[in-house]
Design a protein around this ligand. Structure first.
Ligand code: S3P
Length: 177
C-alpha cells in the first residue's frame, strides 16, 4: 500500500509527505525530484527547454514507476492528479490524500518560490487553474484541511488519525502506530 499526497502548488505535499513518511517509518519519494533526477534538469528548465507536454509525459512515466514500490509515501506534483489516467493509476495503486488549503494561503506560499514554478503565471490565471483543478483533487480518498496555524507535526497526526484502519495496517508493520 502506498500513500499519495495530492493537491495544488504550495499545499505542502513535500514537507508533509516527508514528515508523514518519517512518522510511519516508510520511504519517501517526491515525484518532481524523481523527474528532475531522471532528466538531469530542474522542472523550470524542463518546461523552458522541452515544454509542458514533455514534462507531463515524464511525470506520467515516473508516476507509473512507483508501481514497483511496496510501501511508501509519495508526494505528487500539483498537476499529476488532474489527469484521468494518473488518477486511475493512483486509485489502483494506493490511497490518495488531498491537502486542501484556501487559495490565499496557497498564493502566499507559492509566491515565495514563484520563479521556480512554471505553472504560476499571474494571480488571476493561477486562481483559475486552482478552481479548475479542485474537482480532481476532491476525488481523492481523503481530504485534510491545511490551516496556517497548524504545525507539520499536528497535520501529520491528523492524517494518521483519519486514515482508515485497513489502510494504516497495510502501510505499517505494527510498530509505528
Ligand atoms: C505543477 C506543479 C509542480 C511541478 C510542476 C507543475 C502544476 O509541483 O510538478 O511545476 O502543474 O501545478 P508542486 O505542486 O510540487 O509545486
Amino acid at each position: 500500500m502506498k500513500l499519495y499526497l495530492v493537491g495544488f502548488m504550495g499545499c505542502g505535499k513535500t514537507t508533509i509527505g516527508q514528515a508523514l513518511a518519517d512518522r510511519l517509518k516508510l520511504p519517501f519519494f517526491d515525484l518532481d525530484e524523481l523527474v528532475e533526477a531522471a532528466e538531469k534538469m530542474t522542472i523550470k528548465e524542463i518546461f523552458a527547454e522541452r515544454g509542458e507536454p514533455y514534462f507531463r509525459m515524464r511525470e506520467r512515466d515516473i508516476l507509473r514507476s512507483t508501481r514497483y514500490l511496496e510501501k511508501a509515501v509519495i508526494a505528487t506534483g500539483g498537476g499529476t492528479f488532474t489527469f484521468e489516467d494518473n488518477i486511475q493509476f493512483v486509485e489502483s495503486e494506493g490511497y490518495s490524500i488531498h491537502l486542501s488549503a484556501p487559495f490565499p494561503l496557497l498564493r502566499s506560499r507559492i509566491g515565495e518560490k514563484a520563479a521556480e514554478r512554471p505553472m504560476f503565471r499571474d494571480d488571476l490565471a493561477t486562481h483559475e487553474l486552482f478552481r479548475n483543478r479542485l474537482r480532481f483533487y476532491n476525488a481523492a480518498d481523503l481530504t485534510i484541511e491545511v490551516r496556517e496555524d497548524q504545525t507539520v507535526h499536528e497535520l501529520v497526526e491528523r492524517i494518521v488519525l483519519e486514515l482508515p484502519r485497513g489502510v494504516l495496517t497495510a502501510v505499517v508493520d505494527g510498530a509505528a502506530h
